[in-house]
Design a protein around this ligand. Structure first.
Ligand code: HEM
Length: 188
């Protein structure tokens, strides 16, 4: 008979289970009879044996951060801002291991946390300088380029909280006016 075989009809469900699919050449002699001629092909059906491991959700999604640490009203004095734990600020620092890390950008100036995320694109000094301090203190660098008036006008509305213990990665180089060495910001 070659590729033709005479054999009892297999119920549709059983066919699927046996991975046997009839081709168009199937000849049903009589739908009610037990015997029919059919051209059968064995088709390899590979079922997935493993499932993708569930991805660990990010610790914070972007909206969550804004929900937990919203922008503070400019009328609130610095000392009355909500306190943000050091670790929380440090966790903003981009890490190659934390793939889903939030993209919110927090910088610390004089123990005040500023959320610069939306301000980045408006910053006259460019985005990169601010982004490079995400999750860090950059007090002395900030005061090198800006006056108190700039902080009041543009920085105040970016405040999301106060913090403590967030370190500056760089040591401040001494500043001179003429031949006189200046002290720290606190002194001027
Ligand atoms: C709260 C965050 C910040 C705010 C609100 C802010 C705001 C501003 C504003 C308003 C200007 C224009 C100043 C002017 O035209 O006189 C400016 C310029 C600039 N900013 Fe910032 N800035 C911030 C953070 C930083 C940081 C962290 C750095 C780097 C350390 C930086 C570096 C600069 C530089 C290099 C310029 C250009 C200065 C120039 O052209 O003379 N800024 N920023």
């Amino acid at each position: 008979m070659g590729w033709f075989s005479l054999r009892p009809r297999v119920p549709a469900q059983a066919q699927t289970q046996a991975h046997v699919l009839p081709s168009k050449a199937e000849v049903v002699v009589n739908a009610t009879s037990k015997i029919e001629a059919e051209h059968v092909e064995h088709v390899e059906i590979v079922l997935p044996t493993t499932t993708k491991p569930t991805e660990i959700p990010p610790r914070h999604v972007e909206d969550d951060i804004l929900k937990h640490y919203p922008f503070q009203d400019p009328s609130i004095p610095d000392e009355n801002l909500p306190f943000i734990k050091t670790e929380e600020v440090l966790s903003r620092k981009p890490s190659p291991l934390a793939k889903n890390q939030s993209s919110r950008c927090w910088i610390v100036v004089d123990d005040i946390v500023h959320d610069c995320t939306e301000f980045l694109s408006e910053h006259p000094g460019g985005e990169t300088v601010i982004e490079s301090f995400n999750g860090e203190d950059c007090s002395w660098q900030f005061w090198r380029f800006h006056s108190k008036a700039i902080m009041e006008q543009y920085g105040r509305e970016l405040r999301v909280g106060g913090t403590a213990g967030v370190k500056n990665r760089f040591k401040e180089p001494p500043r001179y006016v003429g031949l006189s060495r200046l002290g720290n910001n606190d002194d001027w």
